[in-house]
Write a protein that binds this ligand. Structure first.
Ligand SMILES: CC(C)(COP(=O)(O)OP(=O)(O)OC[C@H]1O[C@@H](n2cnc3c(N)ncnc32)[C@H](O)[C@@H]1OP(=O)(O)O)[C@@H](O)C(=O)NCCC(=O)NCCS
Length: 288
């Protein structure tokens, strides 16, 4: 069913009572006067529909914001991500002023230019679980924090090398706001598009010399040992090779056999040095 502005209410009601129905709002990111169609408030607009739970998806030429079940802050981030890139700085500032986003919310303007939107893959793993892979987004912050709080102490220690108990906004926002020139971060998502849960994240961080990159992985404990890291590792290798990176390195705790297994299964040469219970692993791409 499709509708124009006049029958919005009927359209929304129709979608809500239809089995499997969704409301999808499609609009250009800017109106014909060149100003943004994505705003922090709809106060003062004519013909407005202001029951926010009614809208499932908003689509612009810059992507799809899936709003179902999101908090106000998550909704704002998701909508700003599909606003016109030249309006995003002002929208972030307005949302901070109106206490929709945290006052310390970071925004990397350059990230829009380099966002690797071409990375969008789906793969079925051993147990039949289908995972979608895409670049991380600022609006993934809450999902990434949920993932963190599902981990056992051991997984947290393996990933962060310390017994972190909390993952506050201040720390997680630095993980999810990526500049794409030095950092590549891919998330794995299970579930329907727009409604899934993040169950894996892998990243590389290019060193200042631009030649080598550190890698790190984390997979939800309910989804481990089905091949997700192995897939992500191969994906990161392909992406890094295209960028001219010479190889990966990682520090891995001695007892982390699963991580070492992922590396040893690859076709890369794996060189390791053990120091104080930590393997320093290097994997050059040009090795035989
Ligand atoms: C390490 C980690 C990322 C691996 O992710 P994963 O998606 O489960 O990895 P995969 O399923 O691709 O491969 C894991 C391999 O290790 C094997 N493995 C698991 N536990 C093992 C153990 N104790 N000893 C030996 N091998 C083990 C699995 O059988 C599998 O090998 P297989 O495919 O030949 O059967 C995941 O366990 C994790 O998130 N750990 C906590 C965070 C962490 O350690 N991060 C790494 C920081 S660098």
């Amino acid at each position: 069913m499709a509708s124009g502005p006049a029958e919005v209410l009927a359209f929304v009601n129709g979608a809500q009572i239809s089995e499997g129905g969704y409301t999808i709002f499609g609009l250009p990111s800017r109106n014909r006067h060149g100003t943004t169609n994505i705003t922090t408030t709809i106060e003062g607009l004519k013909n407005r529909v202001d029951f926010r739970e009614a809208v499932d998806y908003v689509v612009t030429e810059f992507g799809v914001a899936s709003l179902k079940g999101l908090t106000l802050r998550e909704r704002a981030q998701a909508l700003i991500e599909i606003a016109h890139p030249d309006n995003r700085v002002e929208l972030i500032a307005a949302a901070k002023r109106e206490n929709i986003l945290y006052r310390d919310q970071i925004y990397l303007a350059e990230s829009v230019r380099y966002f690797p939107s071409h990375i969008n893959e789906c793969h079925q793993f051993k147990s039949g679980v289908v995972i979608r892979f895409r670049p991380i987004r600022p609006s993934d912050e809450e999902e990434m924090r949920r993932l963190f709080y599902r981990f056992s102490d051991e997984s947290v220690y393996y990933r962060y090398f310390s017994a972190l108990k909390t993952m506050p906004h201040t720390r997680m926002q630095t993980y999810v706001n990526v500049d794409w020139s030095d950092v590549m971060s891919i998330v794995g998502i299970v579930g329907k598009p727009g409604q899934g849960a993040i169950v894996a994240e892998a990243r590389y961080l290019v060193e200042p010399n631009g030649q080598w990159a550190e890698i790190a992985f984390v997979v939800d404990e309910s989804y481990q040992n089905i091949g997700i890291s192995t897939y992500l590792f191969n994906l990161l290798v392909r992406l890094a090779q295209k960028k001219g990176i010479k190889g990966f390195w990682a520090d891995v705790l001695f007892s982390n056999s699963a991580m070492m297994k992922v590396f040893s299964k690859s076709s890369l040469q794996v060189m390791k040095e053990l120091e104080e219970g930590v393997y320093h692993v290097t994997m050059p791409f040009d090795s035989p």
